[in-house]
Design a protein around this ligand. Structure first.
Ligand code: ZN
Length: 237
């Protein structure tokens, strides 16, 4: 099981690791590490890119995915012989600009969800796709928000520089304090929760910036209501 250092610190761009295994699947060659700073694509957030280097090797990581319990770091396979890599000590470096952009977009999605839900309680956030250039968040519900009203609330939440907090809880405690989760999470298993300021917290395994000012400016590009799904397309600059 790989230790997920990216869950502990969004801003950790370099670390040491050991290569546990190299293998290939239909997405290409990959390595597994004992611990990783590379975020695997998921939860509406893009994967990190970067390099894994060591004595006599340099691996370019161009994609990272979680497959069951494995975090697979997909590497450029052009310099082929990876047979000697097992148990090698390595240094990992991720593209910090990409990580921060992804974390800003991802945190922006949370904030948008919180602000819209608090202004329009009949709308419930259900999906966020926080890829730069194509980001959107979808809500269940038939209301069409007044974009000026929630844009102002959004700007205020950024200007207030609300802190993002991460904590762990089990399902029973979470639901007794906050709200009933719309999906199953096993009892007695703690999960990671994100909360922005005093807004409603949400279980999440993504990377987040420390506070809302770090998001920058959120632009609302388009709002579309269709068959009880409201889609808000947004950007961050
Ligand atoms: Zn998150």
């Amino acid at each position: 099981m790989t230790a997920q250092l990216y869950l502990e610190n969004t801003y950790l761009f370099e670390s040491k690791a050991h290569i546990l295994k190299h293998d290939a699947d239909d997405k290409g060659a990959y390595v597994l590490l004992d611990q990783t700073i590379f975020y695997p694509q998921g939860g509406g957030q893009k994967s990190d890119y970067g390099k894994i280097t060591g004595d006599g090797f340099e691996l370019i990581v161009h994609d990272v995915r979680q497959v069951e319990s494995e975090i697979r770091h997909y590497i450029d396979a052009s310099n082929s012989d990876y047979s000697a890599l097992k148990n090698c000590a390595a240094k990992c470096v991720i593209d910090g600009d990409r990580r921060l952009l992804n974390a800003r977009y991802h945190t922006a999605g949370h904030l948008l969800g919180n602000v819209v839900e608090s202004k329009y309680p009949s709308l419930k956030a259900q999906k966020c796709h926080a890829f730069s250039g194509e980001a959107y968040i979808e809500f269940h519900g038939f209301e069409m928000p007044n974009d000026q009203l929630f844009s102002n609330a959004l700007q205020n939440a950024i200007a207030e520089n609300l802190e993002t907090k991460i904590f762990e809880m089990d399902r029973r405690s979470f639901e007794s304090i906050y709200y009933k989760l719309p999906y199953e999470i096993p009892e007695n298993k703690k999960f990671r929760v994100l909360q922005i300021g005093n807004y409603s917290p949400i279980p999440c395994g993504g990377t987040h910036v420390r506070s809302t000012k770090e998001i920058g400016e959120i632009t609302i590009n388009k709002m579309k209501q269709k068959n009880g799904i409201l889609r808000i397309s947004f950007g961050v600059k």
